[in-house]
Design a protein around this ligand. Structure first.
Ligand code: FE2
Length: 207
């Protein structure tokens, strides 16, 4: 155990003895499987234009069949809990028939996909159509999210899925790793638009 680790342990134990609450998120575990080489190619997609990426995106065409949906959230540092700026978020999902058909050649990614970059307030947002479960009904309707922090390898986080909907049940919840925080969100509908919030707690990186 290093001096730093020893000091931190003493602080934690001392605070606990005095009855101070230690935030559960203060010292998250390092996930040894945080990086996935499959995702490395993603960084190449925005190379040279990262600063041009919008914080808010219209992800699907305006005439895309399906119910309108708007997702927003903020990225937070695992260390400080403060909003994290300059974080690139890649999102993709199925269409309203549960298909990824029409995605980029040579990838397994979807036609409905897009890139955002958080502003100083850590916020991101996208509008799209509400995805449907795969035709084989093997899992809930979901939205894949990948996070790319400045200068660090990309990593995927828990999918966005919709509380109370098909196959979002206790077994699904129990199987989630809470990568990037909880991906199970509750949608609300108003004036024909589904809205939901998916905040992202950035992961602690392996050193
Ligand atoms: Fe998927």
């Amino acid at each position: 155990m290093s001096i730093t680790e020893t000091s931190r342990r003493h602080v934690v134990l001392g605070a606990a003895a005095l009855g101070f609450a230690i935030p559960a998120c203060a010292q998250p575990q390092v996930r040894r499987d945080l990086y996935n080489g499959e995702l490395d190619y993603l960084a190449k997609e925005y190379a040279g234009r990262a600063e041009a990426l919008p914080a808010s995106l219209q992800l699907s065409p305006a005439n895309e069949p399906g119910e309108r949906m708007s997702i927003s959230g903020r990225c937070f540092s695992w260390q400080t809990g403060k909003p994290a700026a300059g974080v690139i978020i890649y999102a993709y999902h199925t269409d309203n028939s549960g298909s990824y058909h029409g995605g980029p050649a040579g990838t397994r990614h979807a036609r409905l996909r897009g890139w955002m970059r958080t502003g100083e307030d850590g916020a991101y947002a996208f509008t799209s159509i509400k995805p449907a479960p795969y035709p084989d009904r093997s899992m809930p309707a979901h939205i894949h999210l990948t996070v790319l922090e400045p200068g660090l390898p990309p990593y995927w986080i828990d999918d966005i899925v919709f509380e109370g909907e098909f196959r979002v049940d206790p077994s699904y919840r129990a199987a989630q790793g809470n990568r990037g925080g909880d991906g199970i969100i509750r949608l609300k509908r108003s004036n024909g638009l589904w809205t939901g919030t998916r905040d992202i707690r950035l992961e602690r990186h392996p050193t």
